[in-house]
Design a protein around this ligand. Structure first.
Ligand SMILES: NC(=O)c1ccc[n+]([C@@H]2O[C@H](COP(=O)([O-])OP(=O)(O)OC[C@H]3O[C@@H](n4cnc5c(N)ncnc54)[C@H](OP(=O)(O)O)[C@@H]3O)[C@@H](O)[C@H]2O)c1
Length: 265
C-alpha cells in the first residue's frame, strides 16, 4: 500500500523526519459547505490545522478560520489525475510533518433533471462513474497517497458513508446508495489493512442532516417519521467526527457510527 499513488520521490523531508510537536493536522474533503464546513469550525476552534479540499476556491467571507487560504487545495475529486496532483500539493503543505486525520467527507448525490430519484434503471453511465469517483475512489486514493504521513502521525481515517448504504431511500439514488455501501465495506477492509501500522479507520453514517445535499421536501416528509422528530445539524455530525479523531476513540477501528435520531430503529 505505501507509495502506490501520487508522484515519485522529491527533495521533501520524509514524514516523521520532523518531530510531531506542532498542532494536530487533518485533511478534510468537501469543506466548503454543510457537514465539512461545521467540521472545520469545530476542529479549528480546538486548535487543529486543517488542510481543506473542494472544487470551489477558498471563500474568506464564509470561512473565518485563520490559515484557510494557505491550507486550501482546490481539486475536483471526480478527476483522478487532478487528485494525484492534489496529493502532491498536500504533501508539500505538510512538508514532512505527520498527518493525524483524513476525513473523506466530500460526496455527491445526483438527481434526475426534474429532481427525481435516479434508480438502477434510470441512472446514466456517466453518473455512475462520477458518483463512484467522488464518493468511493477518491477516499481510497487519498488514504493510499497519504499513508506515510498518516503512519507518522499514528493517525485516523474517517469515511462519511450514509444511512442509504443499508436501506432504500425515497430520494437518494441507486448509484449514491451503492457507493456508500462500498465505502462502508472499504472502511472495514482499510481498518484491517492499516491497523498494524497504527492507523485507525472508521466511518460515520449520517441520516437526514440539514445541508444542501437534501432534497427540498426531505425535512417536511421524513422528520415526522424519525423517532427524534427532527433532522440533524451539521455540527451534530462534526462532534462525532471529533470523537473518532480524538484519543477517546483510541481503540475504535473498523466501525460505522450511525447518526440519525433513531431513524433505523
Ligand atoms: N446531509 C445529509 O443528510 C447526509 C446524509 C448522509 C450522508 N451524507 C454525506 O455527508 C457528506 C457531506 O455531505 P453534505 O450534506 O455536507 O453535502 P454538501 O452540503 O452538498 O457538501 C458537499 C461537499 O462536497 C464537496 N464536493 C462535491 N463534489 C466534489 C468534487 N467533485 N470534488 C471535490 N469536492 C466536492 C463540495 O464542495 P465543492 O462544491 O466546493 O466542490 C461540498 O463541500 C457527503 O459524503 C454526503 O454523502 C450527508
Amino acid at each position: 500500500m505505501p507509495g502506490t499513488a501520487g508522484p515519485g520521490p522529491s527533495a521533501r523531508p520524509e514524514p516523521a523526519a520532523i518531530a510531531d510537536t506542532g498542532p494536530k493536522t487533518m485533511v478534510l474533503t468537501g469543506a466548503s459547505r454543510g457537514i465539512g464546513h461545521a467540521t472545520v469550525r469545530l476542529f479549528a476552534e480546538s486548535g487543529w490545522r486543517i488542510i481543506t479540499c473542494s472544487r470551489q476556491p477558498f471563500n474568506r467571507d464564509r470561512c473565518p478560520w485563520e490559515e484557510g487560504p494557505d491550507d486550501h487545495v482546490q481539486v475536483d475529486l471526480n478527476d483522478h489525475r487532478a487528485l494525484a496532483l492534489a496529493i502532491h500539493d498536500i504533501k508539500a503543505r505538510l512538508a514532512g510533518r505527520p498527518l493525524h486525520a483524513l476525513i473523506n467527507n466530500a460526496g455527491i448525490s445526483p438527481k434526475s433533471e426534474d429532481g427525481g430519484r435516479l434508480s438502477s434503471l434510470t441512472t446514466p453511465v456517466a453518473t455512475w462513474m462520477e458518483v463512484f469517483h467522488v464518493n468511493f475512489l477518491a477516499p481510497v486514493l487519498l488514504a493510499r497517497g497519504l499513508f506515510d504521513e498518516l503512519k507518522a502521525g499514528q493517525g485516523t481515517v474517517v469515511n462519511v458513508t450514509s444511512i442509504v448504504g443499508s436501506r432504500v431511500h425515497p430520494f437518494a439514488g441507486t448509484a449514491y446508495a451503492t457507493s456508500k455501501a462500498a465505502l462502508a465495506c472499504l472502511t472495514r477492509e482499510m481498518a484491517h489493512d492499516l491497523a498494524p501500522h497504527g492507523i485507525r479507520v472508521n466511518a460515520i453514517a449520517p441520516g437526514e442532516i440539514k445541508t444542501d445535499i437534501l432534497s427540498p421536501e426531505t425535512e417536511e416528509r421524513l422528520a415526522p417519521l424519525i423517532p427524534m422528530r427532527r433532522v440533524g445539524s451539521p455540527m451534530e455530525v462534526a462532534k462525532v467526527l471529533y470523537f473518532l479523531c480524538s484519543d477517546a476513540a483510541s481503540y475504535v477501528t473498523g466501525e460505522e457510527i450511525h447518526i440519525n435520531g433513531g431513524q433505523t430503529l
